[in-house]
Design a protein around this ligand. Structure first.
Ligand SMILES: Nc1ncnc2c1ncn2[C@@H]1O[C@H](COP(=O)(O)OP(=O)(O)O)[C@@H](O)[C@H]1O
Ligand SMILES: [Mg+2]
Length: 245
């Protein structure tokens, strides 16, 4: 369970103080797939980065499974952070490493009790045949699946995704959403997805927070009944938008 209580975060520059998060309260249950929706600048990334303490709040508490991360020592925090995976908009792959070495990277940085094997995680994201490829040889969707594999190999209990499909076109978005959905189902992990793309949340999440100007305006339950059709092939959507019949 994730519990954010009364989180405030200001970014200060010489010109101004910018209130990025204003008294935010949020609880996310273990095993949820939770969306955070809002326009650019709403505070979505800042909120997400609170959950693994990549950003520290000015005030308020951040609890993950009852542990208040704001009070931990560096070493204790590192132990908690090891259980939290992250997926980024721009993939954050190392271009001079193969797919295999990118995916194994977390295991070279820390000890993990029960990691997945490289072969299993590559099979899971459908990239077994790309093991020895380099990132520049891959499509955007494949790169993001490498990013997801790198997060999954440590078996995180919590997966944070910041605009995971925003650098992708509609069809590769679908392929990445499918992998995230499968990860949520098979590993029973909690997933938090920040995005401005409504179909992604509709397809993946059970609840979502709607953010504006550093505040959560509303939390909605998501109607999944029609979600199968929300991400359509590109040409189908193009026809719908453009054709006059
Ligand atoms: N490191 C930073 N330094 C200064 N301002 C920042 C920083 N990170 C975010 N902000 C500002 O905080 C606000 C919220 O940003 P962000 O959380 O990135 O929004 P979103 O992800 O919804 O686009 C924006 O106005 C942004 O410019
Ligand atoms: Mg952002």
């Amino acid at each position: 369970m994730i519990e954010l209580r009364d989180i405030t975060k200001t970014f200060s520059s010489r010109q101004e103080n910018l209130l990025a998060l204003n008294a935010v309260d949020l609880s996310i249950d273990t095993g949820e797939a939770f969306g955070v929706i809002g326009e650019s600048g709403a505070g979505k990334s800042t909120l997400l980065r609170m959950v693994n303490m990549l950003e520290r709040p000015d005030s308020g508490t951040v609890k993950v499974d009852q542990t208040d991360l704001t009070t931990l020592s560096k070493k204790e925090l590192r132990q908690e952070q090891k259980q939290i995976g992250m997926v980024f908009q721009q993939f954050n792959l190392l271009n001079n490493l193969t797919v295999a070495d990118n995916v194994k990277l977390p295991l070279t940085l820390h000890d993990y009790a029960d990691p997945l094997t490289l072969d299993d995680v590559l099979a899971f994201v459908g990239l077994s045949d790309k093991k020895h490829s380099y990132p520049q040889e891959l499509s955007g969707g494949q790169k993001q699946r490498v990013g997801i594999a790198r997060a999954l190999i440590t078996r995180p209990k919590l997966l944070l995704c910041d605009e995971p499909t925003s650098a992708l076109d509609q069809n590769t978005t679908e392929e990445v959403v499918a992998v995230l959905k499968k990860a949520h189902q098979e590993f029973k992990m909690t997933i938090v997805v920040v995005t401005h793309e409504l179909p992604v949340v509709k397809s993946l999440c059970n609840r979502a927070a709607l953010m504006e100007a550093g505040e959560i305006r509303q939390i909605v339950k998501i109607n999944r009944s029609s979600s199968e059709k929300t991400i359509k092939p590109y040409l189908d959507r193009a026809r719908e938008v453009l054709a006059d019949d």
